[in-house]
Write a protein that binds this ligand. Structure first.
Ligand SMILES: CC(C)(COP(=O)(O)OP(=O)(O)OC[C@H]1O[C@@H](n2cnc3c(N)ncnc32)[C@H](O)[C@@H]1OP(=O)(O)O)[C@@H](O)C(=O)NCCC(=O)NCCS
Length: 212
């Protein structure tokens, strides 16, 4: 797995992914997929635009584009950001790519961007996502009770977060065990190798956000 900057050509993949009702069910507050014009706006603002630090998720061995992940609402004053991820290619679910991408973004946020806290929201029925976040060190910090109506019943919206000292502690433990958190993913080509990312530096990100 490798994270690359999004390029304008990725728009057609976004159209496929976000028109899918299963992806909408798992990740969207509104029940039903996004309209094409909404996908255009989302891509321009949040994938290649300035509103988020978004990265394209590629399978390292084949370079296939399989999804997207992002840090949004980057708050330099309080050192916080929100994390989002969508593996849009459904045949790529459950192979470890999401967990690996999340781990790299978290490492980048704390290691390079010097953030203090990353949080996210996930619907309580999305067990795969919650397990993936937990595997990267996120813990549940609260629930908005029955905030989502989906599949004919109410579900909680779960808030999860990870703090920088918690991440450092996990890094220490993993180093002691002699492996990184990326060493056991489903991508044989990436096993044991350090994460590869083209993500920009803190200075670049903050300059984009603050204009300074
Ligand atoms: C959520 C998502 C990012 C997870 O990435 P992934 O590559 O599919 O997941 P991984 O292979 O890394 O596995 C994550 C965990 O879920 C488990 N898992 C896999 N399939 C599962 C399933 N059908 N049900 C429950 N858990 C499942 C895995 O065993 C693993 O847990 P473990 O580490 O405790 O063994 C990805 O599936 C996705 O983008 N889904 C669609 C959109 C979405 O839900 N986005 C998140 C919105 S908050």
């Amino acid at each position: 797995m490798v994270l690359r900057r999004h390029v304008p050509e990725n728009l057609s993949a976004f159209h496929r992914w976000y028109a899918d009702s299963e992806i909408a069910r798992l990740a969207r507050y509104t029940d039903g997929p996004r309209r094409p014009d909404e996908i255009d706006r989302f891509f321009n603002a949040r994938a290649i635009g300035p509103e988020a630090l978004a990265m394209a998720i590629h399978v390292r061995r084949t370079d296939r584009l399989i999804g997207t992940c992002a840090l949004s609402q980057l708050d330099g004053d309080n050192g916080s950001a929100l994390f989002h991820i969508t593996i849009g290619e459904k045949d790529a679910w459950g192979h470890g790519y999401g967990t690996e991408a999340t781990g790299i973004m978290v490492a980048h946020a704390f290691g390079a961007l010097d953030l203090h806290r990353i949080s996210l929201s996930v619907f309580a029925f999305n067990e795969r996502a919650m397990r993936s976040y937990a595997a990267c060190g996120f813990t549940v910090e609260g629930r908005a009770r029955e905030a989502i109506w989906r599949g004919g019943r109410w579900w909680d919206e779960v808030s999860m977060s990870i703090l920088e000292p918690e991440w450092r502690q996990r890094q220490k433990i993993e180093r002691r065990r002699g492996r990184t958190q990326f060493a056991e993913t489903g991508d044989p080509a990436s096993s044991g190798k350090p994460p590869v990312t083209e993500a920009p530096t803190r200075r670049g990100v903050m300059a984009r956000i603050t204009g300074r």
